[in-house]
Design a protein around this ligand. Structure first.
Ligand SMILES: [Zn+2]
Length: 161
């Protein structure tokens, strides 16, 4: 018997996870994103702040972690720009940056709403949260439920903002 979802969604091409509690152990990260907060986990035993968030501390293996807020603005350390060979589903140019979040953490993230050559080392960027196509999952008695999803990127920020 075929799945009720067969042919309806190209799941193998989808790089965003299911984000609800039933499917994802770091679901608070996505719940917080929906409220405009960028968060991650801090270990209560050794104080390690890891990004992306974890369910087990990468340093001491403790699973006693708490959620902490990260700054939503940062400074660009390195920029990468792709104009050709961009993966299916992404707009051109595909821009990423290594971003220093006010000294608390350095992360590598996508930068959107930006043209080739516009983003430079030292620029300020701010968090942007956007909707991702909802993913259908099979609920009870074969009912299809659409799971709302979000993800984050950064965009160039200006001093007056
Ligand atoms: Zn730890």
């Amino acid at each position: 018997m075929n799945s009720v979802l067969e042919g309806k969604y190209a799941v193998t091409m989808d790089m965003y996870p299911l984000q609800s509690k039933d499917f994802n152990r770091i679901y608070p990260f996505y719940d917080n994103l929906k409220q405009g907060r960028l968060t991650t986990t801090r270990c209560l035993r050794c104080a390690k702040v890891a990004f992306p968030p974890r369910v087990v501390c990468p340093d001491c293996l403790s699973d006693t972690l708490e959620w902490v807020d990260l700054p939503t603005r940062g400074k660009v350390l390195v920029v990468t720009e792709e104009e050709v060979g961009v993966p299916l589903g992404f707009e051109t140019p595909l821009i990423h940056a290594l971003i220093d979040l006010d000294g608390s953490l350095t992360l590598f993230a996508r930068v959107i709403n930006c043209k080739m050559g516009d983003l430079q080392e030292g620029d300020q960027v701010k968090l942007v949260i956007f909707s991702v196509d909802p993913l259908p999952v099979e609920g009870k008695k074969g009912a299809v439920i659409l799971q709302e999803r979000v993800f984050f990127a950064f965009e160039k920020a200006y001093p007056q903002e």
